[in-house]
Design a protein around this ligand. Sequence first.
Ligand SMILES: [Zn+2]
Length: 440
Amino acid sequence: MKKTKISKQTIKHLLTASVLIVSSCVNANVDTIIYAGQALIDPLEPSRSKQTLVIDGGKVAAVYDGYRTPQSLNAPNAKVYDLKDKYVMPGLIDMHVHLAFERNPAANPHQWVTEYATDQALRAIPNLSNTLEAGFTSVRDLGGPHKVIFALKRAVDNHRIIGPRIFAAGDFISATGGHGDLHGYRHDINQLVTGGLGICNGADDCRRAVRSVVKSGADVIKVTATGGVLSNTAAGVKQQLTDDELAAIVTTAHSLGRKVTAHAHGTEGINAAIKAGVNSIEHGSYLNKASIELFKQHGTYLVPTLLAGATVTEEAKSNPKMPAAIVDKVKQVAPVMKEAFQKALKHKINIAFGTDSGVSRHGTNAKEAELMVAYGMSEKQVLVSATVSAAKLLGQEHNLGRLNTGMNADIIALNKNPEHDIRALQQVPFVMKAGIVYKE
Ligand SMILES: [Zn+2]
């Protein structure tokens, strides 16, 4: 390796410059000071009591032990939030939501064909605010029409509506007639309202589909590798895209700098998707021994979505209008999701928090955490899955999931300590995203 010579003089200049930068961040322009009674700065470490967090320009500028006065921080005009009786932690991250939808058994089942994308976007606005106010400051949206979800994302970015930071997939990549396509109507009607830019058949066509979806604005690619529970077709939950189609999808997405996540229930579909190189598996209901080996070998994440299983199980009992094809799949799949999660836990597979909200109500995302604990995960592991692990799977570990200096100021406060009772996540009295307070 070639060494670059740096003179002592240059080092001295660099040091002086960095001191100036640091002092200007921490002192002159301090926006906000938070006093945290208990603070989980890095979820991989123990929480600390009595911390002062300094927020500047939407980022964490400094964290101090003890409570520092604005005067001692040379910031007499800073806004101070006194959360001395609260548990302060990084904003939660949900890796599987559908902000453009909310399942409502009482709604007109033909809404799909009567509404414009604009109707859907307007109807979705409270889904976004409910999610943020529940403490979820970032979400990965895994499927919503591109005309709806990217408009919603832009409106949040431009502060026209209130919502979480969104990483969105847009249209699903799915086989014709697959889980991500439209079902339940006459063939010619299905053709008219078909599933979007991502419907593809054959490796070449699937490359085209990934490129189109990325062109439409996708941050991440969602592929429906197997059948799914809530599509109105008696097609089961087996593999729907072939091995060569999956390989083409992953290679194309990765070459465009996009991660891929696969909706997968059936064993062969899970295993084929991991072999093809997807970054995560959604649901993973029928994962087996071979799947566990593959998860570990490839470092693939599992996003369990236990809340979706619990929600559709309840609905199947109470909604007589649920189509028979869907009821059958609910009965088949929902009970095994718990076992899959427990196997993943036992074998220490990477797990990232995700709910499939939209199946359940937006803003109730933290109920997933209660299920994860009920099925054997420790409270601390759950907190890690919804912060550090989720951030890593997003490729945002340098911005999100922790509250160390330099991280985004996505901060929530809880009335109680979630390390003792995870239900504490279901009441979030304080929410800050990028240094802006949305709830206090
Ligand atoms: Zn989903």
